[in-house]
Design a protein around this ligand. Structure first.
Ligand code: IVH
Length: 672
């Protein structure tokens, strides 16, 4: 293809991709499948690879992949980013409305009602229709340049649609969708990482990452709610008209915006959304009421840093009062002792709450919570209920202050403080409660994936003394198993089969399963990519670990501490004697060959004889490479049943497609 054809095709592809991106992320109404979309992206990426001079900053390929920054530069806002005054009652709202009568000489001006998203405000600047700069609010006058991070948000257009002005600056709220937040925290928990308290702080943290590739992994979203400046002579009459225009340029504007002609219509809007908050996938802490006519807004102007023409009418936090019946303790898999509150069951915003987290002992002491206290609890959206405070006036004198025990509630082992951490830990390696949590993790889907061993089965094996550490799982015997309650011959056989099968899991899974703090699945795969075996990892020094990108002192220290513990060494030794897979596929055993050296495979569809991980291991074992997406460099597409779009991509790029049988004979022929 010559440069002229490439230019034309690149331009065409970008606009097709931008359109589908918009349909998917803004309109929530895709016209094509993921596979088709990937294919378009691949074609564009391939063309841009061959003609690097044609790459532009706003190409859809440029949403990710930028090098980390060393710091954010400051940006001063041409138009300050204002804050809002608050109303907490219908009375406050009426007062705000009535103040404007005389100023506007209009007794029934209209208002735009919008939701007040609880995320963080950003400003987006476009020149000649191209997104060139994005900033945080900062102090309202100067913010930080977070352009690269904002580019990773798919619902932010990199190029405006239709007829665009020469210059445009819009304001909006970036948020972390609630459903994604729950998934995100669940994944962090699995990795032994601290979970985040709420979507808002997580959105803020994600947007302030120096490495935009980290931000790209956080599914942030945005609603645009204001026009800051525009140069092109287009003018609008009202706020809602302005938002319609921004929508036509490709921005994501909230569909629940609404016009109110009277204060009582605003109150209705406020009530409806207060009751329907849980139907939204984003946190809102109120509504924003804006005088709709822009000439009126102009006339009213600002007081200090707040506009007169807008007000936030906050939702009351959903609170309730109840008795704190007891403070109990959970033992986590790392031994952390986690206090929680047992409450007299109470309804909070339509949900019965019986327990609330208490985080750690500092939290209990700083709030001076006592068993028997009346407490105020608060629930925000889907987030776990929290105790806000205790009602000291209601104390009768019979309340008992809480003292953190000095020994583990499960095993009586000594509890210790760790530097820089509020939590207290049980360090007994044979603590049954820790073991229960650890076994639960060890057998879970993302770890050794042992079917039939989760939940009660694991607990009862521990309680019956059949396992004293996770390695004992591999030495279970049928005659002992069937003595356990509700464990028949058949379930025992199935369980043993599942356990046996898990021995083939790749070493990265074994590493994940150990549950070393800060070493989840992603880090485990990364580590096992660098080391040829778990033994090599154990023998490595901290410096070697620290030289691996993405591995910092927290992880390297955690790894070292884990393997320095003789109890853990014993577990590893038992794994070895049980025949677990501790050597990376590409270097393991006598079966290793170089048959597939330098050949790049992509695997798609369902295979008959291998799981996805197994086939990948076979390929690696023979020196081949596996990628997840097809590119020019792919040598073979190994396609199983129901192979989807990758087949089409492969044929369009002239890549050889082989079946499972053909793959096997490829190895055998080459062997023979
Ligand atoms: S308009 C001049 N509309 O609330 C008014 N703000 O307290 C500027 N916010 O920093 C804001 N939803 O981050 C507006 N629909 C909405 C909003 C909204 C959330 C936030 C925004 C602003 C803060 C002001």
């Amino acid at each position: 293809m010559d440069i002229k054809d490439a230019t034309n095709r690149i331009i065409e592809l970008r606009s097709i991709i931008d359109r589908h991106n918009h349909l998917y992320f803004v309109e929530n109404n895709p016209e094509i499948g993921d596979g088709q979309f990937d294919r378009l992206m691949l074609e564009l990426r391939t063309l841009e690879d061959s003609f690097p001079d044609l790459v532009t900053n706003q190409s859809p390929t440029q949403r990710v992949g930028a090098a980390p920054l060393t710091g954010f530069s400051e940006i001063s806002h041409n138009i300050p980013m204002l804050s809002l005054s608050n109303a907490f009652s219908n009375k406050d709202l009426s007062a705000w409305y009535q103040r404007h009568y005389s100023m506007l000489d209009d007794t029934d001006f209209e208002m735009a009602c919008e939701l007040k998203y609880d995320g963080l405000a950003v400003s987006l600047l476009y020149e000649q229709g191209l997104f060139i700069q994005g900033a945080t609010r900062g102090n309202g006058i100067t913010g930080e340049d977070v352009t690269l991070n904002l580019k990773t948000i798919n619902s932010i257009p990199l190029r405006l649609h239709g007829e665009f002005p020469d210059l445009l600056e819009v304001r909006g709220e970036v948020y972390f969708p609630k459903s994604e937040f729950i998934k995100f925290n669940a994944q962090r928990e699995l990795e032994g990482l601290q979970t985040y308290a709420n979507p808002r702080n997580t959105a803020a943290g994600s947007l302030r990452q120096l490495d935009s590739n980290v931000t790209a992994k956080r599914p942030l979203d945005i609603y645009v709610y204001a026009l800051a400046q525009i140069q092109s002579g287009i003018s609008f009459n009202t706020q809602l008209e302005t938002l319609d225009y921004l929508k036509s340029l490709g921005f994501k504007v909230n569909p629940n915006n609404s016009l109110a002609k009277t204060v009582s219509e605003v109150v209705k809007y406020h009530n409806i959304w207060m009751q329907n908050l849980s139907s939204l996938d984003y946190d809102c802490d109120g509504i924003v009421v804006k005088v709709n006519r822009l000439d009126y807004q102009q006339h009213l102007g600002n007081v200090g840093r707040e506009p007169r023409w807008a007000i936030a009418y906050k939702f009351p936090a959903i609170q309730a009062q109840t008795r704190l019946m007891d403070i109990r303790l959970n033992v986590g898999r790392t031994g952390s002792i986690n206090p929680y509150a047992l409450l007299d069951p109470v309804e909070v915003g339509g949900v019965i709450v019986k327990q609330a987290t208490l985080h750690n002992s500092d939290y209990i002491y700083s709030k001076d919570l006592r068993i028997g206290d009346w407490v105020v609890i608060e629930r925000a959206g889907e987030v776990i209920p929290q105790i806000v405070r205790s009602d000291k006036e209601k104390r009768t004198g019979s309340e008992t202050p809480f003292t953190m025990p000095v020994s583990c509630p499960s095993c009586n082992g000594a509890l210790v403080n760790k530097a820089d951490e509020a939590a207290i830990y049980c360090t007994n390696a044979t603590c049954p409660a820790q073991l229960e949590r650890l076994v639960e993790h060890f057998v879970s889907k993302g770890a050794m994936d042992i079917e039939g061993m989760g939940g009660k089965v694991g607990v009862s094996l521990i309680q019956n003394g059949l396992i004293a550490d996770v390695a004992d799982i591999y030495f279970l015997q049928k005659d002992k198993l069937i003595q356990i309650e509700r464990m028949g011959e058949k379930s025992a056989d199935n369980l043993l089969r599942a356990i046996n099968k898990s021995k083939k899991q790749p070493p990265a899974r074994v590493l994940t399963a150990l549950g070393i703090p800060h070493v989840g699945s992603e880090i485990s795969y990364l580590l096992m990519d660098k080391f040829t075996s778990i033994d090599e990892l154990i023998a490595s020094d901290q410096e070697t670990l620290l030289n691996i990108p993405s591995i910092g002192p927290k992880i390297s220290e955690s790894v070292a501490e884990y393997f320095n513990n003789p109890n853990n060494s014993r577990i590893i030794a038992k794994f070895r004697s049980a025949g677990l897979n501790m050597i990376s596929a590409s270097t393991s055993s006598s079966e290793n060959t170089n048959l597939l050296a330098n050949l790049r495979f992509v695997v798609t569809g369902r295979l008959d004889n291998y799981s996805r991980t197994e086939i990948q291991d076979v390929i690696k074992k023979h020196g081949g490479k596996v990628s997840s997406s097809i590119s020019k460099g792919t040598d073979y597409l190994l396609a199983g049943q129901d192979a989807g779009s990758k087949l089409v991509t492969a044929s369009s790029l002239g890549i050889q497609v082989i079946t499972e049988t053909e793959f096997e004979s490829l190895i055998n022929n080459r062997t023979g």
